[in-house]
Design a protein around this ligand. Structure first.
Ligand SMILES: [Zn+2]
Length: 282
């Protein structure tokens, strides 16, 4: 082991694979210990009968899929916070008292602080302030993880989790603006409104582009494109085989992982970082 540790804090079972599969594969291959915090059970996902019959409940399907992806990616540990999914803005699921966005923010931050103190990562990755595409659970995990990052070293905060600890770097996942512009163009060419995309027409790609932060860091993950795909395919109930992207296009899309370094702040004009462990002290 390299002594390097990375903590990834996201919302749903599948965010780790769809969002960061290549990056996780790359760092695990370098002997870095990677832990994953997953906020919800994925219990509001839309699931076809064939998947449901095998496991009995949506929650069980999503849990089995996360365990499969976790094995493929090589996480050291997965911390499942166990909240119910919230829906997109305006969804009736958001009134459910068990959903993540209804959870007490102090308590969720405390859970993440406890995991940071236990696993002692030098680097933490979560969502950007817009939650990638605006999902309320993503935005919630962004806030809770960012707060946890800044209070984990304060002994007066959450004394029930002993052993204060300060991770050194905090990153937000960001989408590539060039790829977003390309997708918007493709949608327009196919007669699809990019402001009403997705199965539920609740994805606004123009809003996503407007909210995407400029990356400070780009990680070359091209060698892990197949692993990214293998982990993503574990989430079979969430992948539509008919709309899967062709291999050559996937290889282009998954060539680099873009990130925004939130802490320590990056000054204007700084050159792009190529490794999230750059400058980390051991
Ligand atoms: Zn998600």
């Amino acid at each position: 082991m390299s002594g390097k540790r990375l903590l990834i804090s996201l919302a749903h079972p599948d965010d780790e694979s769809f969002g960061l599969g290549g990056l996780i594969g790359k760092y695990v291959a370098q002997g870095i210990e990677v832990d994953y915090i997953c906020g919800t059970k994925g219990d509001r996902g839309t699931i076809a009968d064939e998947h449901l019959q095998k496991y009995g409940s949506v929650e069980a399907v999503r849990d089995a899929e996360l365990n499969c992806a976790s094995k493929v990616l090589g996480f050291r540990q997965v911390y499942k916070l166990g909240y119910s999914d919230s829906g997109m803005r305006g969804s009736p699921f958001n009134d459910d008292p068990h959903c993540l966005i209804q959870a007490d923010e102090q308590a969720v931050t405390g859970q993440i602080v406890g995991i940071m103190r236990e696993t002692q990562p030098q680097v933490v990755i979560t969502f950007d302030p817009f939650g990638g595409y605006g999902h309320p659970d993503h935005i919630y995990m962004h806030h809770a993880t960012t707060r946890a990052f800044h209070v984990a070293s304060d002994p007066a905060q959450y004394p029930e989790f002993p052993g204060v600890y300060q991770p050194q770097k905090l990153y937000y996942m960001v989408l590539s603006r060039r790829q977003l512009r390309f997708f918007i163009l493709l949608m327009r060419l196919r007669g699809v409104d990019p402001r009403k995309a997705g199965v539920n027409q609740d994805l606004d790609y123009v809003e996503i582009l407007d909210n995407t932060l400029l990356p400070t860091t780009k990680i070359d993950v091209h060698a892990y494109s197949d692993l990214w795909q293998a982990a993503s395919l574990c989430h079979a109930s969430q992948v539509n085989p008919r709309t899967g992207i062709p291999r050559f296009l996937r290889r282009i899309v998954t060539r680099r992982q873009s990130l925004y370094r939130a802490f320590p702040a990056v000054f204007n004009g700084a050159k792009l970082e190529r490794d999230i462990f750059e400058g980390v002290r051991f």
